[in-house]
Design a binder for this molecule. Structure first.
Ligand SMILES: NC(=O)c1ccc[n+]([C@@H]2O[C@H](COP(=O)([O-])OP(=O)(O)OC[C@H]3O[C@@H](n4cnc5c(N)ncnc54)[C@H](O)[C@@H]3O)[C@@H](O)[C@H]2O)c1
Length: 249
């Protein structure tokens, strides 16, 4: 059991922003559990974070999978101090404008991006309530603030992730539990490589960002680590935007 170090769980921690967050929180002294659809990479990420790092294959949209994963985390590492709801998907080429989006694609996006944070948060809240302490950090998106053209399900799901965060903040503030969101603009990860690896598409993206560049995943992990630290203790229900000025336009 982890007696002294705080425990953080990062969903979708095998890749991109989640992976950078795992590395950063480990460097900041957290014990880590990593959940991901890709169990092998989750184990690798967790072990790189520390000998006691626990990597588990889990589907955040599946109730049984989430319950099994969090039961193991509690049994093997103890109570969760910080949950980072990071796992997310855009829905692929089918999930575009409203009338063109297949119902299955909509449900899949909401399954991972909205049901996922709900199920994972629901799994940690009972012990957080007992301990009167805990922080739920959800990775939403700039798409939770402004609509991404041709990305109806993703935009709606990230708006829901922001409001889910506010709902948690209001309902649990008196119980010592905080909830905040981070809203990245465009970050360089496997999720965005189809676009950013094509020079013309990358140039178009960068032209729309006042800073003229996309974020590195470590820059988003910095914000998550700041929220997870003991600083900013009066902040709850906030959506922290990191987008190079994109949504300020
Ligand atoms: N990259 C960006 O530009 C960007 C911008 C704004 C928000 N975000 C958000 O940041 C988060 C991380 O995105 P990323 O860019 O690092 O993506 P990524 O594709 O690199 O990583 C996502 C990880 O989530 C995992 N995952 C997907 N579905 C899952 C499920 N059902 N259960 C468990 N794990 C699952 C994947 O296996 C993968 O390891 C997402 O919520 C995404 O919406 C990303």
């Amino acid at each position: 059991m982890t007696a002294t170090r705080k425990l953080a769980v990062v969903t979708g921690g095998a890749s991109g922003i989640g992976r950078a967050t795992v590395e950063r929180l480990a460097a900041d002294g957290f014990a880590l559990a990593v959940l991901d659809l890709d169990g092998d990479e989750a184990v690798r990420a967790a072990k790189a974070a520390g000998d006691d790092g626990l990597g588990l294959a889990a589907d955040v949209s599946d109730e049984g999978s989430v319950e099994r994963a969090f039961a193991r985390i509690l049994a093997e590492l103890g109570p969760v101090d910080v949950l980072v709801n990071n796992a997310g998907i855009t829905g692929g080429p089918a999930a575009t404008t409203c009338h063109e989006t297949p119902v299955e694609a909509w449900d899949q996006v909401f399954g991972v991006n909205v049901r996922g944070p709900f199920l994972c948060t629901r799994a940690v809240l009972p012990v957080m309530l007992e301990r009167r302490s805990g922080h739920v950090i959800t990775v939403a998106s700039a798409a939770g603030m402004i609509a991404f053209p041709g990305r109806c399900a993703y935009t709606a799901s990230k708006g829901a992730a922001v409001m889910f965060t506010k709902s948690l903040a209001v309902d649990y503030a008196a119980s010592g539990i905080r909830a905040n969101a981070v809203c990245p603009g465009m970050a360089e990860t496997p999720m965005t490589s189809w676009r950013l690896d094509v020079p013309e598409l990358r140039a178009r993206v960068q032209a729309g960002i006042p800073m003229g560049r996309v974020a590195q995943p470590e820059e988003i992990a910095d914000a998550i680590a700041l929220l997870a630290s003991d600083h900013l203790a009066y902040m709850t229900g906030h959506a922290l935007v990191l987008d190079g000025g994109w949504t300020a336009l």
